[in-house]
Design a protein around this ligand. Structure first.
Ligand code: HEM
Length: 507
């Protein structure tokens, strides 16, 4: 009996050392050195994630604890927290963000899926030469000139899904639209009728990517496993739900690879000549065939699969949540909704949204920018791990520490925006002095530097089409049955609950 108690006590001491004392000491030393420049927010075990969860519970807003602390101490440039057993440095000051985002090669991104062979060799997680090659290659597909050929498809997708969807679950409704747009941008006509796991492809992929992300938030056992074992976590005492996710990932992988291989055969026989007509898959496959002929094969079928999942992951929920939050504010402020509706009627009448309308939808543009300032879904970057001991401004970072760039930290501070805590889309209609003391890293909803968001023009284009078509057709109102709105986190920051809005058809 005493032996068991002794073993238990030893384990407890070891666990306390590993999970609390070891990360705590360097954080306390940093706090002592930096004083007011650092805010101390250590949260045993769950750290950064626990901080947001508590903020949702106590303030109905995941970011409010951090934002309030930064407002109280405007000198603060970093938050000292933890990610399980690692010190986690949350960068909030724009000078630190500037250096960290510019010198991105010092940090390795943590795979948010923690799953092998799904997105590792896609653009988000690639590094070094592979990242440079992919960024240059994909860059050509994301110019306005190339994207404008997708506007008509975007209109069609919005119309079809708006008519079909019950519109009772905001996030699901929005992500069906944005997911379908990414799938059609990638696969073009091959996406027609595409089904995965017996469901429409975008529905299956949304469920799968959401389940992978949420399992770590909802189940502390899985979160701890993921932080310790990373990609190997799925093999360590897998739960039934984890086994099911692995099975579904394999199924999706096999099906998508089949489509890619079929397209390679088709384009080997009948190459497409007009580059402007090429969807992402065709651009990739054409390059694949070219490299094959030159016997310089850098791209393979796996990379194309990973790129598809990467773009789906990066482009679906981000844009969906942005649009959902815009619709929420339109319901919250009916006078803004009227102004936006008038703009749409003036600019496009009853037409579908066309290229020439986009620049004229200045109020919708301002609305989206204000949402990205105030409640950016991508409020922080993916966790980074410091590769080697290094200096960041006056901070000594140790190999293995976690770093996260808080992209919205400055956006809601009075130092940088007039009446920063007020939602006021009209600020973006001014042409000058919108951002005070700007060093280029204050308002960065799409991140900044070389690894900024490659899809930002596509996102803005989509948001304009989606908001214009929905607002013209429906009056959006707050659901009176919902007593409390929250800004929670489903991997991204989003408005909750899902049934917070009602859509009433306009006469
Ligand atoms: C409102 C919508 C969007 C927001 C707020 C957003 C935000 C971001 C942010 C903050 C990053 C940097 C992430 C990090 O470094 O950890 C990023 C990167 C990225 N985004 Fe977006 N994004 C949006 C839409 C899109 C769309 C529509 C696509 C493509 C279909 C896309 C594709 C990507 C890719 C591939 C990267 C990685 C770029 C690289 O590492 O070189 N995003 N995005």
């Amino acid at each position: 009996m005493w032996n068991i108690a002794l073993v238990f006590l030893c384990l407890l001491i070891i666990a306390t050392y590993i999970f609390i004392i070891r990360p705590l000491i360097p954080l306390l030393l940093l706090k002592a050195k930096l004083g007011d420049k650092a805010i101390f927010m250590f949260y045993p075990l769950f750290g950064f994630i626990g901080l947001f969860m508590k903020s949702i519970k106590t303030k109905n807003d995941a970011m409010e604890t951090v934002n309030a602390a930064l407002r109280k101490n405007p000198k603060a440039k970093i938050i000292l927290s933890n990610l399980l057993h690692k010190p986690c440095i949350m960068l909030t000051g724009s000078e630190y963000l500037k250096d960290a985002l510019t010198e991105h090669q010092h940090y390795e991104k943590m795979n948010p899926f923690m799953i092998d062979s799904f997105i590792q060799t896609g653009l988000i997680l690639s590094e070094g030469d592979r990242w440079k090659r992919q960024r240059m290659f994909l860059g050509q597909a994301f110019t306005f000139e190339k994207l404008k050929s997708r506007i008509q498809m975007m209109n069609q997708v919005v119309k079809e899904i708006v008519d079909k969807d019950p519109k009772t679950n905001l996030n699901e409704f929005m992500s069906k639209i944005t997911g379908e747009i990414v799938i059609k941008s990638f696969f073009g006509e091959l996406a027609e009728g595409l089904r995965l796991e017996g469901k429409e492809a975008q529905v299956a992929l949304i469920q799968l990517t959401t389940d992978i992300n949420l399992i770590q938030f909802e189940n502390p056992f899985v979160l701890i496993k993921s932080l310790i074992f990373k990609e190997r976590m799925w093999d360590v005492l897998p739960t039934k739900q984890e086994k099911d996710i692995v099975r579904r990932v394999n199924e999706v992988r096999t099906k998508v690879k089949e489509i890619i291989s079929r397209r390679i055969e088709q384009l080997q026989e009948n190459p497409i000549q007009d580059e402007d007509k090429m969807v992402f898959l065709d651009l990739y496959v054409t390059e694949y065939i070219k490299q094959q002929k030159q016997q310089q094969q850098l791209i393979n079928v796996n990379e194309i699969l990973h790129q598809f999942i990467t773009l789906f992951f990066a482009g679906t929920d981000t844009t969906a949540t942005t649009c959902g939050t815009c619709l929420y504010y339109l319901a919250q402020y009916p006078e803004i909704q009227t102004e936006i509706l008038e703009e749409i009627q003036e600019v496009a009448g009853l037409d579908e949204i066309k290229e020439q309308h986009l620049n004229k939808l200045v109020k919708i543009n301002a609305l989206v920018q204000e949402v990205l300032r105030f409640k950016n879904p991508a409020f922080a970057t993916i966790f980074r791990i410091v590769k080697n001991d290094m200096q960041l401004q006056d901070l000594k970072l140790k190999k293995g520490w976690a770093v996260v760039e808080m992209l919205n930290a400055s956006s809601v501070q009075e130092n940088y925006f007039e009446n920063a805590t007020e939602f006021n889309y009209k600020r973006w209609l001014n042409t000058t002095n919108i951002i005070k003391n700007d060093n280029g890293f204050i308002y960065i909803p799409f991140s900044a530097g070389q690894r900024n968001c490659i899809g930002q023009h596509m996102a803005m284009m989509e948001a304009k089409v989606i908001i214009a078509l929905i607002v013209r057709k429906y009056q959006i109102i707050l659901n009176p049955e919902v007593k409390q709105i929250k800004f929670g986190i489903k991997f991204l920051q989003c408005v909750e609950p899902d049934n917070c809005l009602l859509f009433e058809k306009r006469l």
